[in-house]
Design a protein around this ligand. Sequence first.
Ligand code: ATP
Length: 515
Amino acid sequence: MAQEDHFKNLVAHCKEYGYVFQSSEIYDGLSAVYDYGQYGVELKNNIKKYWWDSMVLLHENIVGIDSAIFMHPTIWKASGHVDAFNDPLIDNKDSKKRYRADVLIEDHIAKIETKIDKEVKKAGKRFGDSFDEKIFMETNPRVLANREKIDRLTSRYSKALNDNNLDEIKQIIVDNEIVCPVSGTRNWTDVRQFNLMFSTEMGSTADGSMKIFLRPETAQGIFVNFLNVQKSGRMKLPFGIAQIGKAFRNEIVARQFIFRMREFEQMEMQFFVKPGTELEWFKHWKDIRMKWHQSLGFGEENYRFHDHEKLSHYANAATDIEFKFPFGFKEVEGIHSRTDFDLTQHQKYSGKKMQYFDPETSESYVPFVVETSIGVDRMFLQIISAAYTQEEIRKSNGTTDSRVVLRLPPALAPVKLAVLPLVKKDGLPEISRKIIDDLKFDFNCQYDEKDSIGKRYRRQDAIGTPFCITIDHQTTEDNTVTIRYRDTMEQERVAIDKLKETISEKVDMRRLLRQ
Ligand code: ATP
C-alpha cells in the first residue's frame, strides 16, 4: 500500500478507536490542535512515565520540576525568543498556501535522497547476491551526480540560514525549481520572518495589564529555577533537571497530523556541567537517548542522527534523533549543547548571579548545559505509526482474513488485558468480573461480552491490547483460562492464579528501563 494511504488510514484509525480527535471538531476543528481520547491519553501517560522514570528514577543526579506556563516576559527577551524565534515563510501566489521556506528546501533534498535510494534498490535487484552497495554508491554516475547536488545545495542553504539571508533562501527555491505541492507553480512571494510565540494579556484592567507569552519551550522554566533547585536540593555538578509540560508555537505550516502542532507537550532535561566537559556529556546523552528509543523494538534501521547544518545562537553542538515516519525520516528529539548562553543571559537580564560554587576547585562559574528535548506528541506518532499494521491472516480452514493490529510495546499499551466470557451465561460473566476485580489494581483491564469472540479479538487488536483472556466452560471445571497473544494470535491455557504473574512479567515497564 502507498505510504500516503497507510498514513491516511492510520489517522482515521486514531479517530475511530479513541486515540486522537481533531480539537473542536463539531465547530469544524481548530487547525493543528488535537485532543487525545480515552486510549490516547493512556498511551501518552505511559510514554511520559517511560521518559520520566528513565530520567528521574534511574539517575540519582536528575530531579524533576513543574514550572508554570506563564512566565515573566523578560525571560523571553533574555532567551532570545522575542528577537530570534522566527521561521522564514513564503507564500505561493496561486494556491495562497503558506510554507516554511526551510522545510520546502529540506523536502527537496529528501526527494533527491529518495532518488538515490531507488537507484540502489534497483541495482540490488539487478545484481542479486554479488551486489556491493558501497562500491555502487562510490562509482555509479547517477548516484554521484545526485550526491554532489545534495552537497552543493546543503552548503548553500546552511550558509543562507546562518547569514539569515532571506533573499538567498528565496533564490535557492527559484534556482532549484521548487514548486508548490498544491498548485504545482513557482509563483512565490518573497521570504519573510515570522515570530512563533503566542501572546496574551495578564491582569484585569487595560492600563495595569502586561503582555505575556505562552511558553514556546519548557526549558526556560528550568533555567530560571536552576539556583532554587541546586540550593534546595544541595545538588552537585554534574546534575540535571527534568520537566514535562505544554508548549505553544504559532506554527506556520501545521501538517502531518500531530507531528507539528500549535499546542504540544515537551519532555526536556537540562544537564548542568562544568565548562569544558560539555562535549563529552553531549556524546553521553546522544548514546543514552538513542538507546531509549531503540529499546522499544521498532528496528534500529528506523533511527538516525542528523547533525544540525545551522547551529542555534546558543549552541556549540546539536543533533536530532530522527525516526522513519510514513512520510520519511523526521526529527523526534533534539540534543543540544547550549553552552552557558541561557544562564548568562538570565544573569544579565535579572541582575541575579546564576553561578555555581564548585567545592572541589573553590571557584564560582556559570555551568554549561546539555539538553535533551523531545515532543510527547511526536513520540506518540512515532509509536503509533510503527505499531499500526494491516495484515492478511490465514485461518485454520484455509481461507484468508485481514486484521488491523496496533503492535504497541506491552508496557506502553493503554489496555493491558481484556477479559472475555465466551458466552453471556452459565456463570462465565461472573467469573470474568471476579478476575477483573482481582487484576484491576495492577493493570488497565477491559471487559467485553458483546459479539462473537472473533470480533472481540479484532476490537482488542485494533486498540493494541496485548492479551485477551477468554473464560469458557472448562474454566468452571478446572479454574483455567486461555490467554491469546495479540502479535502471534497464539493461545495458551493457564491457571487463573497464574495470570497476574504471567502478565506482569510481560507488561512491566522495568523491562524496558533495564535495557
Ligand atoms: P522542528 O524543526 O520540527 O520545528 P525544532 O527543532 O524547532 O523542531 P525543538 O525546538 O528542538 O524543535 O523542540 C524539541 C522537540 O519538541 C522536537 O524534537 C519535537 O519533538 C517537539 N516539537 C517541537 N515543535 C513541535 C510542534 N510544533 N509540534 C509537536 N512537537 C514539537
